[in-house]
Design a protein around this ligand. Structure first.
Ligand code: PMP
Length: 382
């Protein structure tokens, strides 16, 4: 079997309709959106229409959607400006955030000499909300909490509504890295009192290099990079119109098919876990990725009964058989330092196992999963 693509938490495959919309933007009206001639006006209209559609789905105001080059930039823009311009003196986060948040927060702590505090995690990587409550009360400094909605390595799903309410009750700013959840979960910012979110199009079948930040009105944030005032005065530079149009199409399709696709992908995940457990005894699911209540339906982090040093070879051999997936430490490919997420979970024997992340999309089939499990069984000699 060829091209069994099970790395959708890293990047989803672009939808055909998205490519068609992008192609039109690249060929039919490739003008500068700041210009007043017709190509420029059409480009500008396309951007504003995308902004409106996204805002409507999230129940936000269009002015609260700022297009960026992706999730990393949106996270950076929010965290850096919150410290520089809003007087945040304490960032509260967790040790299993994506590096777009974790490294940014660590850099800020050093550069601005602010406090960086970590909420306790249980053995499955779930942030302990009573400890968060305690941290919120620890001193009187202005605080920002940043906790991700869906963890990109182990799939844990955080009740961000509850966290947002806690932050609001304590007059604390709340940012969530929603890169793994926007396009997969319905979010309503009139119900969740969240200040900031980050999203990325290539996580929901859109193009790479484009995303957006949700920035609550009158936030006081200032731009990270200087230049023209294109994106609502918050992000300078000519907008990548074809990418924004692609993002809009992908976003619309994602929410149009949300329930149907979710049910389908959830079925794939359940099937994969059940078959894997049957065929490879002693398999474990890291974090909460084996629980459909507390983890996302899109991915599963699998600990296999072979030692960790075999991971690279296993990935190579899976690739030779046409199967694409990630190391469990998804964002550290090329590094031998191991996963900062799995290391945090201190799984003892479990942490020394080979860990692979399989992440699913609407384009996967049960035949592909059967094939993957058969190949895995052969490769690990289970
Ligand atoms: N946050 C999370 C949770 C992610 O999974 C990713 C992508 N791996 C990012 C941020 C960064 O997004 P982008 O690739 O758009 O910069």
């Amino acid at each position: 079997m060829k091209n069994v693509y099970l790395d959708n938490a890293a990047t989803t495959q672009i939808r055909k309709g998205v490519i068609e919309r992008m192609q039109k933007a690249l060929t039919d009206y490739y003008g500068n959106p700041s210009s007043t001639y017709s190509y420029g006006r059409t480009s500008k209209t396309a951007i504003e229409s995308a902004r409106k559609i996204i805002a409507k789905t999230l129940k936000a105001h269009p002015s609260e959607i700022i297009f960026t080059s992706g999730g990393t930039e949106a996270d950076n823009m929010i965290l850096k400006s919150a410290v520089r311009d809003l007087g945040v003196k304490t960032i509260i986060t967790s040790r299993i955030e994506h590096h777009a948040v974790l490294h940014t927060a660590q850099d800020l702590a050093k550069e601005y000499n602010i406090a960086l505090k970590f909420v306790d995690l249980d053995e499955n990587g779930t942030p302990q909300l009573p400890h968060l409550e305690q941290l919120l009360h620890e001193d009187n400094t202005k605080k920002l909490v940043t906790l991700m909605h869906v963890n990109n390595e182990i799939g844990n799903l955080l009740p961000i509504g509850e966290v947002a309410e806690m932050c609001k009750a304590n007059s604390t700013l709340f940012h969530s890295d929603t890169v793994q959840s926007i396009g997969h979960y319905a979010l309503d910012v009139t119900k969740v009192p969240i200040d900031f979110m980050a999203a990325s199009a290539h996580k929901f079948h859109g193009p790479k290099g484009v995303g957006f930040a949700f920035v609550r009105k009158n936030s006081g944030l200032k731009p990270l990079i200087s230049g023209g005032g294109q994106e609502r005065g918050l992000r300078a530079g000519t907008e990548s119109v074809h990418n924004i149009v692609g993002l809009e199409e992908a976003f619309q399709l994602a929410y149009e098919h949300l329930d149907k696709e979710r049910a389908y992908i959830e079925g794939l995940k359940k099937y994969f876990m059940a078959r894997l457990t049957e065929v490879i005894p002693d398999v474990v699911f890291n974090g909460l990725s084996g629980s459909l209540d507390e983890s996302t339906y899109t991915l599963v982090n699998v600990g296999l009964p072979i030692s960790d040093d075999k991971t690279k070879m296993l990935l190579f051999n899976l690739d030779m058989k046409g199967i694409a997936c990630s190391k469990g430490s998804a964002c550290q490919s090329g590094s031998d330092a191991g996963s900062h997420v799995l290391n945090q979970l201190q799984k003892g024997e479990g942490s020394k196992r080979t860990s692979l992340r399989f992440s699913f999309s609407t384009y996967n089939t049960t035949e592909e999963l059967d094939y993957t499990i058969t190949v895995l069984k052969q490769l690990i000699g289970a």
